[in-house]
Design a protein around this ligand. Sequence first.
Ligand code: ZN
Length: 116
Amino acid sequence: MSKGSFELSCISCKNNVCFTFKDLSELGVISCSECGKKYGFGEENLRRQLKKFATLCLNIQESEEILGNSGVALTVGADEVVIPFKILLTRLKSTLDLNLDGQRCHVCFRIEPTAL
Ligand SMILES: [Zn+2]
């Protein structure tokens, strides 16, 4: 898990907090660089969810070439409508809702690591 990073909007100051999966496994706690608010990712369950989420996003990106040529067929009344996967993918938000220390938090995943 070297590609990509997570980003969450700080609940207190709205600053974007970036971290990688490596940060999570090594530290377990991510701090906001602006206000110092700490986000605990100590729970194994949370880390597992984030890892699955990142893997899913990376897999989707890697499969884009094939997905571009396939679709989902839906029957609407008497007609069959084919929706290309590409359209579905653009609608897929790479955001995960997590409950962190009792507060709702949106974590998004970026494939390209942000340059520091
Ligand atoms: Zn903050």
